[in-house]
Design a protein around this ligand. Structure first.
Ligand SMILES: [Zn+2]
Length: 88
């Protein structure tokens, strides 16, 4: 079981959180033309990298805030947690 440091609450057990996906995906700008392939890439396709990855997590059983986790997907080591407004 992972222990995740919520930037707002501190260290908590993984079972208080929900995984929210890749934090590097950018939604296409509103009111711009996007191809079907660009929309498919945004909605469905993910890279599933091995190694360091920036993820979204939701503290669903705590403060209910979304935040970012920089985590190694091979070792599960959490390198850093960030508020949504912060960048690596
Ligand atoms: Zn929290």
């Amino acid at each position: 079981m992972l222990e995740i440091r919520c930037p707002y609450c501190g260290n908590r057990s993984q079972n208080e959180f929900a995984y929210g996906g890749d934090a590097t995906i950018k939604r296409p700008e509103l009111n711009t033309e996007v191809t079907d392939q660009e929309w498919d890439n945004f909605v469905y396709y993910r890279k599933n990298p091995r190694g360091n990855h920036l993820e979204l997590w939701h503290h669903i059983s705590g403060c209910r805030q979304w935040f970012k986790v920089h985590r190694n997907t091979a070792t599960h080591e959490i390198l850093k947690t960030l508020e949504m407004k912060e960048n690596l």
